[in-house]
Design a protein around this ligand. Structure first.
Ligand SMILES: Nc1nc2c(ncn2[C@@H]2O[C@H](COP(=O)(O)OP(=O)(O)OP(=O)(O)O)[C@@H](O)[C@H]2O)c(=O)[nH]1
Ligand SMILES: [Mg+2]
Length: 443
């Protein structure tokens, strides 16, 4: 996804650590130089870069390495933790209380992505069982209502607006009356301004007159570290604010934007990474960094699966996490994932497949999953529930039935037990779930 370049330079910096015959001070220093270069290229603020590399250095060289962990692993762990800390330790969420109507107002300078985010957020919460509604309070830009109407229509979200009046407050009041039964009302406002001061002033006025529960500042991630000015002004102006950074796809400066916003202490709740309505994700620093560093992230995957028309119901996802994970579950996950568009984006999140997959290999992986699907379909329900019973004669039968080689059936079973084992680890170690998994093989 976003920040491809930052991710790949961080990964190649870490790869050097894995390849080094010993991990000593020189290794650490070289890693630090690489990380600095990568961050600066992603437009991360110079002071912040110095700060983070100092922290990594102090910990990597000063901390006692706990027993059972190699120096190599410790170093990677420190990098992972410090990058995560750097993006904000807490995970901020938009919460909706049952029985209440939560009112969220989106603000942001011209073209930052407010209207797109309104629709994305509505869909996000709709998928999670809520009843969101949209209000178009942009009376400034011609066509603003039509734009939101089109987006809302696509996902079946009710929208209120009135193109005959130019008073946003009036529209919002009417809209809130209208949507008294919704649990979430998202207000899209006008991006009348190109700079912070005026935006903040208008935001305060709207806030006073409308009284939303939460104000969300939408920041265009392509502006890089300049995002700090906006985030800071906003953070000082409102105690009920949170931030969504958009356009992180294809922006080389996204790292700068994210870190700059995080540095102000303003909570980043979501990030936008594409023009499509599903290109939004809840922002979790640890998860984000994990992916940046190429550690598979099953949590994100499960989240996406939940998203995929709920073919894996919440209960099931919980069951999976608690250890009941059958071949059928694996199949359903893959199947759900397949329906979700850019498959390779998601493939990168599957643990064990995540580390450094070249493009052509990705294609192979897609083919392979297709094969697995056929193989699983050739099994009896019992075999899918309890793959353990697949002895060699059963394996032969399945291979014949699916037109594959026995080797391929075995490979699938291997992948299955790997995922199963990993899920167990995930359960045991609530923290750093994939750290061991992703790297122990390279020790
Ligand atoms: N690539 C990419 N484009 C985005 C993203 N979010 C929004 N856009 C695009 O950015 C442009 C502006 O988005 P809008 O949602 O209309 O922005 P806005 O803040 O409502 O604009 P105004 O109402 O005019 O202030 C549109 O062309 C969107 O498709 C994103 O995450 N990635
Ligand atoms: Mg707009």
């Amino acid at each position: 996804m976003a920040l491809e370049r930052l991710g790949s330079s961080l990964r190649s910096a870490l790869k050097k650590v894995f390849r080094a015959s010993v991990v000593d001070e020189a290794t650490v220093k070289e890693l630090l130089r690489d990380i600095q270069r990568a961050l600066l290229r992603a437009d991360v603020n110079f002071e912040l870069v110095l700060d983070i590399s100092k922290r990594i250095e102090t910990r990597a060289l000063g901390e006692k390495v706990p027993p059972g962990i190699s120096r190599r692993e410790h170093l990677v762990k420190v990098v992972y933790e410090e990058l995560t800390r750097f993006l904000g330790e807490r995970t901020a969420k938009i919460t909706i209380e049952p029985g209440e109507t939560k009112v969220i107002m989106l603000v942001g300078i011209q073209g930052s992505g407010k209207t797109t985010v309104s629709a994305k957020l509505a869909r996000y919460f709709q998928k999670r069982g809520f009843k969101p509604a949209l209000v178009c309070a942009d009376t400034y830009r011609p066509g603003a209502y039509a734009q939101l109407q089109q987006l809302a229509g696509k996902i079946g979200i009710p929208l209120y607006g009135d193109t005959r009046t130019d008073d946003p407050v009036k529209i919002v009041r009417k809209g809130l009356e209208h949507f008294g039964n919704s649990d979430l009302v998202i207000i899209d406002t006008a991006g009348r301004h190109k700079e912070e001061q005026k935006l903040i002033k208008e935001m305060k006025t709207l806030d006073k007159k409308i009284g939303p529960d939460e104000i969300v500042l939408v920041i265009d991630g392509t502006i890089g570290q300049q995002a700090m000015v906006q985030a800071e002004a906003f953070n000082n102006a409102t105690p009920i604010g949170s931030i969504i950074v958009t356009k992180l796809d294809g922006s080389a400066r996204g790292g700068g934007a994210l870190s700059a916003v995080a540095a102000t202490g303003a909570p980043i709740k979501f990030i936008g990474s594409g023009e499509k309505i599903q290109d939004i994700e809840a922002f979790t620093p640890s998860r984000f960094v994990g992916r940046l560093l190429g550690m598979g992230d099953l949590e994100t995957l499960l989240d996406k699966v939940r998203d995929a028309e709920m073919r894996v119901p919440e209960k099931k996802a919980k069951a999976i996490l608690s250890g009941k994970f059958t071949l059928m579950d694996m199949y359903e996950q893959f199947d759900a994932v397949r329906g979700m568009g850019p498959f390779r984006k998601l493939l990168k999140m599957i643990p064990g497949m995540s580390y450094d997959i070249p493009e052509d290999k990705l294609e192979m992986a897609e083919d392979r999953l297709e094969k697995w699907r056929v193989i699983i379909q050739s099994m009896t329900p019992k075999e899918r529930e309890k793959p353990k019973i697949l002895n060699s004669s059963r394996i032969r039968r399945v291979a014949n039935g699916s037109g594959t080689a026995e080797k391929e059936v075995k490979e699938l079973l291997k992948q299955y037990s790997m995922m199963r084992r990993m899920l167990k680890t995930l359960r045991r170690k609530k923290k750093l779930p994939f750290f061991k998994k992703g790297f122990s093989g390279l020790r």
